[in-house]
Design a protein around this ligand. Structure first.
Ligand code: NAD
Ligand code: ZN
Length: 357
């Protein structure tokens, strides 16, 4: 049994962003106190920033989310912040990539060292700077989780700072902020919640809290993605809640087969997490037949087109690399298939699955 840390406080509802000044009164004590805003580059046009309580002491940085966060990128952001006074708050505004960047920077500012030093489990000794998460894209559960995922190119791995200190202190869950998300991105990221919960509930490991969060999140994602307008105001609010519940579930359970295969795609071809998950879920008939059929229904209902044939006609070395990058995720694979998962997921079987993508 492990003591579980969850997000301290949150504000949920349309227009919640307008209350950000109230959420800052605790950490900000004087006009000299600095708040650092890390904002997804899609908001660079300035419309959003005009709605934030930015003061002359504060710093606004845009996070380029073209690629997923890297340890080098996080170190570079942090280095730029070390010169001035220690910020009293770090605020992340964006999707999973920006939220993860804010969590990592917050931890590094108080703990020193480099991002790679803390990739793993419970390696962050001290609490980070007070952190607020403001999602603008729902589904990864990054707003709720105790990790922030970073690609480490030197070590050829993708791993988070899994720590209680990584959890946000406060969240602003304002569904107005997800109104501008393109439909395919909304679907891919929203499906991360669906897939997390399907994998967790189909696994061998059981945890009553995780199961309860997962069931509720799954119900919500079905309501959203089996309805005509997945991006209606009501559905965007539901997806914010589902994402939070899904992220909370995963903290107490494990994913299954989809995430390891998706991690393989990410490692070898740099395919983003949520698109990778959808590419894999699309061909999971042998393992999650009912859910794969349901995924196809949701995909077709919203006219989402997935790229096909990405892993056809690769070299033996590339299939081997995909296999290795998949099979290394032993915890979720044992959760899905048992200790003997290697007898099911042979090089041939894994290659066959990738070829169908
Ligand atoms: P993202 O943050 O990578 O953003 C995807 C795209 O959506 C970007 O181009 C961004 O500019 C755009 N975008 C974001 N908000 C928008 C808005 N309101 N309007 C228009 N465009 C908008 O996407 P994501 O799928 O939310 O996050 C993926 C990341 O999350 C990956 O780096 C993955 O590793 C990480 N992740 C973290 C956890 C965790 O628990 N910490 C869990 C799963 C995934
Ligand atoms: Zn995921």
């Amino acid at each position: 049994m492990r003591l579980t840390k969850t997000v301290g406080q949150y504000l949920l509802g349309p227009g919640a962003l307008a209350s950000l000044p109230d959420l800052l009164t605790e950490p900000v004590r004087s006009s000299q106190d600095r708040v650092v805003y890390l904002i997804d580059h899609v908001f660079r046009d300035g419309g959003l920033i005009a709605r934030l309580p930015v003061t002359p002491a504060d710093l606004v940085l845009y996070v380029d989310t073209t690629d997923e966060p890297t340890t080098e990128g996080i170190d570079a952001i942090t280095a730029g912040l070390r010169d001035g006074p220690l910020p009293v708050a770090v605020i992340g505004i964006g999707g999973g990539a920006t939220l993860d960047s804010a969590k990592a920077v917050s931890n590094l500012l108080t703990n020193g060292g480099a991002a790679a030093d803390y990739q793993g489990w419970d390696l962050v000794p001290r609490p980070g700077v007070f952190k607020i998460g403001i999602p603008t894209l729902s589904g990864t559960g990054a707003e709720a989780s105790r990790t922030c995922v970073m690609m480490n190119h030197a070590r050829q791995l993708k791993l988070g700072m899994n720590s209680d200190h990584t959890v946000f202190d406060r969240l602003v869950l304002d569904p107005d902020l997800t109104a501008t998300v393109p439909a395919d991105q909304y679907f891919f990221t929203g499906m991360d919640t669906y897939i997390h919960c399907v994998e967790s509930l189909a696994g061998r490991y059981r945890h009553l809290m995780a199961d309860s969060f997962s069931r509720q999140a799954l119900d919500l994602t079905r309501e959203i993605f089996l309805s005509e307008d997945m991006q209606s105001a009501g559905n965007r609010e539901k997806l914010m809640v589902a994402s939070f519940l899904g992220g909370s579930a995963i903290g107490n359970s494990y994913v299954g087969l989809v995430h390891p295969f998706s991690a393989g795609l990410s490692m070898v071809f740099h395919i983003h997490h949520c698109l990778g998950n959808c590419l894999v879920m699309n061909v999971m008939e042998d393992f999650y037949p009912r859910e794969t059929a349901e995924f196809h229904r949701m995909r077709d209902l919203h006219g989402i087109r997935l790229p096909r044939g990405l892993c056809r006609n690769l070299s033996d070395a590339q299939y081997r690399a995909l296999f290795e990058a998949t099979i290394i995720h032993t915890k979720p694979l044992i959760n899905a298939l048992g200790d003997d998962f290697r007898s099911i997921l042979t090089l041939d079987t894994v290659t066959g699955i990738f070829q169908r993508i």
